[in-house]
Ligand binder design. Structure first.
Ligand code: ACO
Length: 400
């Protein structure tokens, strides 16, 4: 049920809703979520069907352009994206300004924002065609930038994009190829990577998407807005959860220590939370987690990974799902619980997980940004506040 309170603002009243538990900030035709039923639809298509039958670029097309592409449109869209995969050579220099042990999200935040210094015509956000061009650039360049963050961390030369590969294969190739040896891309790994991209592509008005919309509502350029989205995603309550989840599994270390951590998660005096569990909107199950769980088992079997951490993860999932506290609070593993495990099995280091989330979510962010700027009568986002400070008082000059 929706109560339209816009008229209240004009009459001097406002609603108070920290955390936006009951505030709709916009109208949007991109993604539908029914948290109680565990439903997620992009442009009306169920996420389960998209994860099974579509590839990430098809999902990008439908999010940005509104419709699933036909074969001809898909070919054209793919060609457009691959045409934009390179970044300007001077972007390399930005990387050399970072410490080599910089967190990849720190580098990503900076370099995405720096794209605004290269594409001057994209600074004019009033032109819809130009906005679509900048969206294409961002979707195409994010894998290149994310792989560069990794290569810079490990001290290997950057690998240029290859346009003969699929979106996911190209990303894996830029991550793992070295001059002496091309990375051998397993179809199962490429499929899992593509699925991770698809499952993270959009999720309506989450913290980072709302950040992008708010930044964009002032007319800021798309690269600056996406840098704001990357910053918001970084936090452990949002995109940082997959990294925090793997760090937590490492801290737990062995199956016999799981009950101790479950008890800590229940203790109100302990700030510890089971990372990768719970969701603001899904209070039954996270449909993305169901698909990711399948993918997770598929990849672990295919790669024959034997990792004690994965054993801890599977046992933690089993014990937490049976625990009365988690049942009562409706806490289930979310998509990041399983995506972290898959990424680890593929060989992606933990500190890169949130960058991969950012790469995947870029299409969602930019689609919302473009939708917002296409809506007639779009207003700058400007929430009100409940002031709790001093009442008016006299200022005494410092010399007195
Ligand atoms: N472990 C233990 N207890 C939890 C957890 C958890 N992971 N999540 C929520 N709870 C408890 C809270 O302590 C609270 O208990 P109370 O009612 O006794 O006060 C209750 O469940 C409700 O929690 P809230 O924080 O009010 O729920 P909210 O909807 O605001 O938070 C959130 C959702 C932030 C995702 C939370 O569940 C959490 O911190 N999870 C861990 C981090 C995580 O995995 N984030 C990823 C989100 S998914 C994504 O970004 C793709």
């Amino acid at each position: 049920d929706v109560i339209d309170v816009r008229a209240l603002g004009a009459s001097g009243y406002f609603t108070f809703d920290p955390g936006f538990m009951a505030t709709g900030s916009c109208e949007s035709a991109i993604t539908f979520i029914d948290g109680a039923k565990g439903v997620l639809l992009h442009r009306g298509y169920p996420i389960e069907e998209l994860a099974r039958d579509a590839d990430y670029l098809e999902v990008c097309h439908m999010l940005l352009h509104g419709e699933a592409p036909n074969a001809e449109e898909y070919k054209e869209f793919k060609a457009t994206i691959t045409r934009h995969t390179m970044v300007h050579e001077q972007i390399n220099m930005f990387f050399h300004g970072f410490r080599n042990d910089a967190h990849p999200m720190a580098m990503l935040c900076g370099t995405v924002g720096a794209l605004s210094s290269f594409y001057h015509s994209d600074l004019d956000v009033s032109n819809p065609e130009q906005r679509v061009r900048s969206a294409h650039r961002l979707i195409a360049k994010m894998p290149t930038l994310v792989a560069m963050c990794y290569k810079y961390n490990v001290g290997q030369p950057f690998v240029y994009p290859r346009n003969d590969l699929s979106y996911a294969e190209n990303f894996l190739n830029m991550m793992f190829s070295v001059p002496a040896e091309d990375y051998k891309i397993s179809p199962a790994v490429a499929r899992a990577m593509d699925r991770i991209f698809t499952l993270h592509a959009d999720h309506e008005q989450n913290a980072s998407t709302s950040t992008v919309r708010l930044a964009g509502s002032s007319g800021a350029n798309p690269y600056a807005c996406i840098a704001a989205g990357v910053a918001s995603l970084w936090g452990p309550a949002h995109g940082g959860a997959n990294e925090a989840c793997l760090n937590m599994l490492e801290e737990i270390g062995s199956v016999d220590r799981i009950p101790e951590f479950i008890e800590r998660a229940k203790d109100k005096n302990d700030p510890f939370r089971l990372m990768g569990f719970g969701h603001r909107v899904y209070k039954n199950h996270d449909p993305r987690a169901t698909v990711m769980r399948e993918s997770c088992h598929e990849v672990l079997n295919e790669l024959e990974v034997k990792d004690p951490l994965l054993e801890v993860a599977m046992e933690l999932e089993r014990i937490a799902l049976e625990d009365p506290y988690f049942k009562e609070k409706k806490l289930f593993p979310n998509v990041d619980f399983y995506s972290g495990i898959v990424l680890k099995a593929i060989g992606i280091p933990t500190n890169m997980f949130t960058c991969i989330f950012a790469l995947s979510r870029t299409v969602g962010w930019i689609s919302h940004w473009h939708e917002m700027l296409s809506q007639p009568g779009q207003k700058i986002g400007r929430p009100r506040q409940l002031y709790t400070g001093e009442t008016e008082r006299k200022y005494n000059p410092i010399e007195k």
